[in-house]
Design a protein around this ligand. Structure first.
Ligand code: PAF
Length: 285
């Protein structure tokens, strides 16, 4: 597995790969890898097999511009040696580990903002977050020049926003959505789970139970308000869960819905102590 630590090296290696032939899939991450990330690598590998072969490159970069001033940038888990071992085991071909100074150079004045999707839902809870995401993903696409890139469905708004950005800016990268991996008790895998206290970890599967109920109600023809109430009641019954948002939106463009006529996505953001967990489920009426 090649370890690439600078933008010029990434560009040079990409050029070599182009000459050697085959496609490239980028798996953008912020490290602290778990099985959910490894399923992104597996999806990338499957796509390459369908396309006649190529290389998977995973980027590990804790992107400062997507963290707000009171957010957990400093406490974000970092484990380079562990991450590299996992990626080797998963059959990743290369890892790109740029420095902050490599990605954000002094004097930079340009950023990418998906104006509508970036300001609603989590964008209201975390102002500037999606601008940071859209900017860094665009930069990673420009540096690694992948044919495709894999993103988890767990960060559903991020996935929707990146699809919109790629379409709006004619970026020639195929977006590969990857289903959420879950622990045995239903908790969605996330690097943030490491920071939960044992008591909060035991309580956190309430998100999956609330999503199960919401999905079942929508499937039975319930309206958004009724499904939302049922989800809220389940979450409120767990004293360790602090509800930040419960939204049920159109699964395609995240627009508001009252009576679902086509698939919707249930989006939850719930705090346990100082850890904000998100989860989602697509529900079919
Ligand atoms: O989903 C993430 O881990 C990050 O938001 C991403 C896409 C790697 C951009 O920093």
């Amino acid at each position: 597995m090649q370890i690439i630590r600078s933008t010029p090296d990434m560009r040079a290696i990409r050029q070599d790969w182009r000459q050697a032939g085959g496609k490239v899939v980028l798996v953008p991450t912020m490290g602290a890898l778990h099985d959910g990330h490894l399923s992104l690598v597996a999806r990338a590998r499957d796509w390459l097999d369908e396309q006649g072969g190529g290389r998977v490159v995973t980027s590990i970069f804790v992107n400062p511009t997507q963290f707000g001033p009171n957010e957990d940038l400093d406490r974000y888990p970092r484990d380079e040696a562990g991450d590299l071992a996992k990626l080797r085991g998963a059959g990743c071909d290369a890892v790109f580990l740029p420095q902050v100074s490599d990605i954000y150079r002094p004097g930079a004045q340009t950023h990418v903002e998906v104006a509508g999707l970036g300001r609603i839902l989590m964008g209201r809870l975390r102002p500037g977050h999606f601008r940071g995401v859209a900017t860094v993903v665009t930069k990673l696409f420009n540096i690694a020049q992948p044919d495709a890139a894999a993103f988890g469905e767990k960060d559903y708004q991020q996935l929707t926003l990146i699809r919109r950005m790629v379409a709006d800016l004619d970026i020639p990268v195929t977006i590969l959505p990857v289903p959420t991996r879950r622990e045995a008790d239903g908790l969605a895998m996330s690097s943030r789970n490491q920071r939960l206290t044992p008591e909060d970890r035991a309580a956190a599967p309430v998100l999956a139970r609330a999503l199960d109920r919401g999905e079942a109600l929508i499937a039975d023809g319930a309206g958004v308000a009724q499904a939302r109430r049922a989800i809220r009641d389940i979450l409120r019954a767990e004293p360790r869960a602090e509800i930040r948002s419960i939204d049920i939106r159109d699964a395609e463009d995240l627009s508001r819905v009252t009576v679902p006529a086509r698939p919707v996505v249930i989006l939850l953001a719930v705090r346990f102590g100082d850890v904000l967990l998100i989860d989602q489920r697509v529900a079919h009426p």
